[in-house]
Design a protein around this ligand. Structure first.
Ligand code: SF4
Length: 313
């Protein structure tokens, strides 16, 4: 069997933001993860999980039970107040309408699609990812992918339009999922793909606020996006052969980067995973990742199904 290289959109974004950050975290090299001091799950993850649970259980989902189960996994009372406001509003204003107009087809749909144009004699290359929710709208005979996003403010429109994640997911629905759903008789043979709906819910404790943005892409735009993505993936494949990568400083990416301490210590000097694992202090802050990102993402989605006993984070 040939070795596999798997690229996700998160990995592409990391590569474009800072090659050093990418080189230390890529699943296609030896990926490091920062050891977290807190065992609490992040509010966004808990909200995502609550929505997955609610769309799965439909009318049987019980808001009070979800909140009680999630409470011990949140960082503090403030986060609980925010989650409570978000979920109460969602259960009142959004979920009943969604369940009336949509049939739930998939929750956390994982894909791993071979990229034949990039695969070589030595390597099989795949694009991989997970779509939060896939639904069928009978009234329009249309399949939609839904991506849940939580933030204090809504996304800027240029970013929403340029974001590679919904574009790739729309591509996967069109080229991969539609055929599969038709062959399994989940949707009529003449069903079509609508696109991706970005389902944004504000992280606020004062009021419930949400927004839906429909992302649809014409054929010309799809063609150019695919060509652009292929060119980036080719660059990533070539860069995989380098021992280390240079840092690219940017206020936004550095602010949220797990490798800040690495850069504080080494600045522009060459640094590899090995250097970090043998460093006097940094070796205590990082370990080699043993569970793949997507698998870890799915594992973290067990708190509600386990009735609160999950301790994967
Ligand atoms: S801190 Fe900034 S420069 Fe350093 S790895 Fe992270 S993103 Fe790159």
């Amino acid at each position: 069997m040939k070795p596999e290289v798997k690229f996700s959109i998160s990995e592409v974004k990391s590569f474009l933001a800072c090659e050093r950050q990418w080189s230390l975290s890529s699943r296609n090299r030896t990926p490091l993860r920062a050891l977290e001091t807190s065992t609490a799950l992040k509010l966004g993850t808990i909200f995502h999980e609550s929505l997955a649970y609610a769309y799965n259980r439909k009318e049987e989902a019980n808001l009070e039970q979800i909140l009680m189960t999630c409470a011990p996994h949140l960082q503090n009372d403030k986060d609980f107040a925010i989650l409570s406001k978000m979920l109460t509003g969602y259960f009142q204003d959004v979920l009943p309408t969604d369940l009336e107009k949509w049939e739930i087809l998939e929750i956390e749909y994982c894909f791993n699609h071979p990229l034949v144009t990039l695969s070589t004699k030595q390597l099989d290359v795949y694009i991989t990812g997970a779509i939060d929710l896939i639904v069928y709208e009978a009234e329009t005979n249309t399949i939609w992918g839904i991506e849940h996003k939580t933030a204090k403010a809504y996304r800027e429109s240029t970013f929403a339009q340029m974001d590679a994640q919904p574009r790739l997911y729309a591509e996967m629905l069109t080229t991969l999922y539609l055929k599969d759903a038709i062959s399994r008789n989940r949707v009529p043979s003449d069903a079509k793909v609508g696109g991706i709906i970005i389902n944004e819910v504000k992280k606020l404790s004062t009021k419930f606020d949400y927004k839906r943005t429909v992302m649809q892409y014409d054929n010309d735009s799809r063609l150019h996006f695919n060509a652009n993505l292929t060119a980036i993936l080719e660059r990533m494949l070539n860069t995989l052969e380098q021992d280390f990568c240079a840092p690219t400083t940017h206020h936004a990416s550095c602010s949220y980067c797990s490798f800040k301490n690495v850069c504080l210590e080494f600045t522009y000097k060459p640094v590899t995973v090995d250097t970090i694992l043998h460093h006097e202090t940094l070796s205590e802050q990082f370990k080699v990742r043993t569970v793949d990102y997507i698998q870890e993402h799915l594992l973290s989605f067990n708190v509600l199904e386990d009735g609160g006993n999950n301790d994967n984070n």
